[in-house]
Design a protein around this ligand. Sequence first.
Ligand code: PMP
Length: 457
Amino acid sequence: MVTMTDPRTLAGVAPVAASHAVSAAEMAVADAHQAYAAGRPISSAQAAAASVVLPAGSTRSVLDFEPFPFRVARAEGSNLHDVDGFSYVDLLGDYTAGLFGHNPPVVRAAIEAVLDRGWSLGAIADNEHRLAELITGRFPSIEQVRFTNSGTEANLMAISLARHVTGRSKVLVFDGAYHGGLLYFGATGGPLQAPFDYERARYNDLAGVQDLLARVGDEVACVLVEPMMGSGGCLRGTPEFLGGLADACRRHGVVLIFDEVMTSRMSIGGAQQRLGITPDMTTLGKYLGGGMTFGAFGGPGDMMAAFDPARGGALTHGGTFNNNAFTMAVGAAAMAELLTAEALDALFERGEALRRRLQDRVGDRALQVTGWGSIIAIHATEGEVRRPEDLASVDAAVAELVFHGLLARGFYVARRGFLALSLAVGDAQIDAFVAAFGDVVDDLTERGFLVVDSLRF
Ligand code: PMP
């Protein structure tokens, strides 16, 4: 049986009152859920069984959707195949971690080499050094680097190091930002936030953050910021905002940390190279481990010396799997063999072109397409989207209809409309996606769910 949950509840928006009459769009959502569920009895049964032992049926909240997420049987290249026999072009790209596509031969060969040599070494093998050299050779701000198991952990370490080095306690973050499971600053993030002493500012509001630093700058250890808010809605920081922020940090002796867990794919030297802004520290994650569990934080040698007893450092940085054999080997192989400057630039341009095509197809309708390079988001709202608060007006029912409309046509994106191109997605698939998206837009327009702005008044 399919139950209809108010889609606004799912999107983190206050549930509608019990007396609320169900709108035509909400009824269409219920129909879409029913059609999805009817074809997927095996996924449905597996989801129900999983939710007995796993709250919500999995251990990664962002993968949940209504009525239940399909279960993957197999993946290759740019495709996912589910247990009920449906195939999808994977445009989610594991929220940017799947940059190489599924099962690329270079990654498979590196994994097989580790299988031959051994893993869980409890000792050091040279791939760790190779991966560190590749990273420090590329990112302008990273002279020395340390590995972690996730982007969350990389950010926790970077913040803690900045607090240690500066002797200050405050951490400045931006409303709506996502920097990991314990570092989420959106509406529902509070209860699980790592207990640092936070100051909050608005993204893309340079005057606001300048004022804040003028007041409490001498207590602020670091600013943690993404060059483009990824999970926050694919909202680019303007060059003026990010450049001005870097200047203000310098003036107040605040460590500027760029969270490039998502944006590092913007060029071989990350978003920082594309912007020409060098932060003090950078955190990395996602695809740089070649699809294995990964995180990293790095910065100038004098800061990172805090971990080096030979240079007077007093900090120890533990982590059983920090240098796990699979991540070190696969990350080094994938970076060296697949992540050329040319490949990353081509991916960036391909994403820019796709975003323009999607926005063109939308025309005057109440959908916005935001993003940068190969990371894109589709928002079901009318007005310009520059900050997370602009997303309060998203029509959750329309967003859900877009998501299910794309799934029904064989394209997998995130439920909230996020997509990240992988190197495995080809031109023909991009053309097919633009056509499918256009078809969804036309369908929703015909059914009266998507208004054309110019017809509103
Ligand atoms: N920072 C950013 C910008 C992210 O997008 C994410 C994950 N989506 C993280 C940090 C956390 O990384 P992880 O999921 O590996 O902990």
